[in-house]
Design a protein around this ligand. Sequence first.
Ligand SMILES: [Zn+2]
Length: 83
Amino acid sequence: MLNCQQFTDLASDHLDEQCRGWKRIDIRLHLIICRHCRRFNRHLDRSRRTGATLAKQLWRTDAASSEKIFSNIQQTNKPTGDS
Ligand SMILES: [Zn+2]
């Protein structure tokens, strides 16, 4: 069973779906029992998606202003309400 430090070390790889076999099972078991790491995982995922969305928006030629870009990001990454 993973502890929280071990989970956080693997969280990015988990989100990238780089973890396989028992490592993946250990991660999923830890997420079932640890609400702190579930929250950490959710925030890490949201931050990564926001960064990816920002990068895409910045590279789009039709983005008129930074205000429009951030508005689009907020719409794309609204919390789902499951805390
Ligand atoms: Zn934990």
